[in-house]
Design a protein around this ligand. Sequence first.
Ligand code: 5MM
Length: 337
Amino acid sequence: MLCLKNMTDIAHNARALMAPGKGILAADESIHTADKRLSEFGVDSTVEMRKKYRELFLDAPGIEQYLSGVILFAETFAQSGEGGKTFPVSLAERNVAPGIKVDEGTEPFAENPDELITKGLLTLPERLKEFTERGAVFTKWRAVVRIDGERLPTSAGIVENVKRLANYARVAQEAGLVPILEPEVLLEGRHSRMRSREVVQETLGALFSVLEEHSVDRSGIILKTSMVLSGNKSGKIDTPEEVADDTLSALLSAVPKDTAGIVFLSGGQTPDQATENLSAILSLAHEKNAPWPLTFSFARALQQEALSVWKGDPEQVSLAREVFLERLKKVSLALAH
Ligand code: 5MM
């Protein structure tokens, strides 16, 4: 059993991550994903350029006004920014909690190779211990759930992913860290918004029932979820009101009210779509008196515009940072209702 002091600290840190008006930057792209993001803008993905890419965002003056935490990738966790201090240390000094992504990507599901299961449990306790000693306050694990008509996801695929999420959450709390659990229902596909709602609901229902079996304390976990949206190849662009209605109804039916918080990923929406949908969700949540605090944990929707200004050019850093801060401000305003 977790000692009470540990759990009190974890719950306290979870609440701090959900501070009003602030959210969490997901800057935890693995090397493969960072390569993809940088190559879109003609930037070579070397260790040095990935460090510059992280500096662009993490050393931007004023981020602490909008960010309660940043999720880092292991490579970034060990690197130092412009001031010579490691990124987790310089973030913590600005009262921005450093977090660490600890899943190790995906592998095909043995029962159905069309589905992906997240791996990384084997060495998890040792890695968490090391990151805790190096200043991590929270951690994140992402599972991916792909929709393909009624064929995918399968119940067995969902169960395998949520079992691993629950195992991860348990081990993270034992290590004294707030686990962020991210079962991402992908936007890619031709599915309807109705189908997306059904899958989000089924996934979250399965997740919370396994968390209960694993005795994970919900006062010290944060759920990172997709918004409920029509697939990006469905030909349908949902209105913010439609997104808010279906997202809230899925969350209200599946997420227990004592969960410390819920954060949204952007999932490939444009920055404006993600911001407008977030605003509609927050406004409806306020109207319906939703029981949990809600905020953002975007990667692409926060970084995309600044990356397109920066493109690896040192002379564009200050303009790109202005663009980033401008987006952070808009997203943070979307939280106010
Ligand atoms: C930043 O991307 C994160 C890591 O992805 P990979 O493991 O594929 O490199 C990802 O977990 C991220 O936190 C979420 O997908 C949210 O990002 P978006 O761009 O959807 O807001």
